[in-house]
Design a protein around this ligand. Structure first.
Ligand code: A3D
Length: 329
């Protein structure tokens, strides 16, 4: 019982609740003095029957606190599409304690429900209090603070992002309409490819302001270039700043002018001979084609861990009002 009561302690602005908590804690300590096993008093003794009635009142008080807890504003994230990427994002969101309500929406209802149960068990294992719900009913995304969209037709080796355009556009129309209906105040992060076209379509269909519907690409593309530079120069990724902008696809542009190692511009590193201009060009080329490189290795799946992490860092920046400056579509 104590950990639960402990979690209620921060609600100090609610005096009635704080008094209630103190009185329950007192009753708990009295009960402990009266009985060795709280809640299982021995039959027959007068003292223990008093304990038994105390236990009854404690249970009522605990459920009272439980209902108070429900009335506190809970954060909600809806994951529309819970394949590899959507489920990984849900996992990271729960482990990062970003929200208390996590909704996994997918047309494959059984998979959404199954993953919700599995993720709920993992959260319990990690001591994280959050509720997962698997669903194929759009009404369940109601009042979501953040919607992360990964719903998509499958991609196979040899396909390009643009090959999914028409099929995924149809999916975005239904998702955009649902957002407009059920959570028009949400912050929407789209990851579905081809990204920039999907973001544009979602904005049109949902009618949300442009700043509320963004695409995750720049964060991931930048971190890939950063990783390549750190590997090549044998320095910590924490000391490398890399910026990649532009449409998510073959036309994205690593901005060498804005990339540096501990403030030293890439151009100066080239001048000093630590890396050649040709090597930088090769790293830029590889960074732009990473998705295809990984797809050609995995054949039927595109990368999902890093894209999920990038989307969650955007969601975190929004939910915690972190004032981050992040590249996005
Ligand atoms: P995958 O594991 O196939 O998951 C897609 C999920 O979408 C599946 O579970 C489907 O059942 C579900 N789905 C299909 N249609 C609908 C629908 N109408 N409503 C709800 N759910 C539906 O793919 P994934 O998770 O690996 O990737 C998802 C998308 O992200 C793809 O379009 C990828 O190309 C894209 N992606 C983008 C990046 C970026 O950097 C932008 C990176 C990696 C993947």
């Amino acid at each position: 019982l104590n950990p639960f009561l402990g979690r209620m302690a921060p609600v100090s602005d609610n005096n009635a609740l704080a008094d209630r908590r103190r009185s329950i804690e007192k009753e708990l300590s009295n009960s402990r003095r009266s009985s060795k096993v709280l809640g299982v008093p021995n039959e027959g003794s007068r003292r223990n029957s008093a304990v038994r009635s105390r236990c009854g009142s404690i249970c009522e008080d605990i459920s009272y606190l439980g209902s108070e807890r429900r009335s506190i504003r809970r954060k909600k994230i809806a994951f529309v599409g819970c394949g590899q990427l959507g489920a990984s994002a849900a996992l990271l969101a729960s482990m990062g304690r970003l929200a208390e309500d996590l909704v996994l929406f997918d047309i494959a209802e059984g998979m959404a429900k199954g993953k919700a149960l599995d993720l709920g068990h993992l959260a319990a294992l990690q001591g994280v209090d959050c509720d997962f719900k698997g669903t194929s009913n759009f009404a369940d995304i109601v009042h979501a603070d953040v919607v992360i969209i990964t719903a998509s037709v499958p991609i196979k080796d040899g396909m390009t992002r643009e090959d999914m355009l028409l099929a995924n556009a149809n999916i975005m129309r239904s998702v955009g309409t649902a957002i407009k209906t059920y959570c028009p105040s949400a912050f929407v992060i789209c990851i579905t490819n081809p990204l920039d076209a999907m973001v544009r379509l979602l904005r049109e269909v949902s009618g949300l302001p442009a700043a509320r519907v963004v695409g995750m690409a720049g964060v991931l593309d930048s971190v890939r270039f950063k990783w390549l530079l750190a590997q090549r120069l044998n320095v910590s990724v924490r000391d490398v700043q890399a910026v990649v902008l532009g449409a998510h696809g073959d036309a994205m542009v690593p901005l060498t002018r804005y990339s540096n190692v501990c403030g030293v511009p890439l151009a100066d590193l080239i001048k000093s001979g630590l890396i050649s201009a040709e090597e930088v060009d090769a790293l830029m080329e590889r960074s732009v084609r990473f998705a295809y490189e990984i797809l050609s290795l995995m054949k039927t799946a595109t990368p999902f861990y890093a894209p999920a992490g990038a989307a969650i860092s955007m969601a975190e920046a929004f939910l915690r009002d972190e004032k981050r400056v992040l590249p996005c579509s």
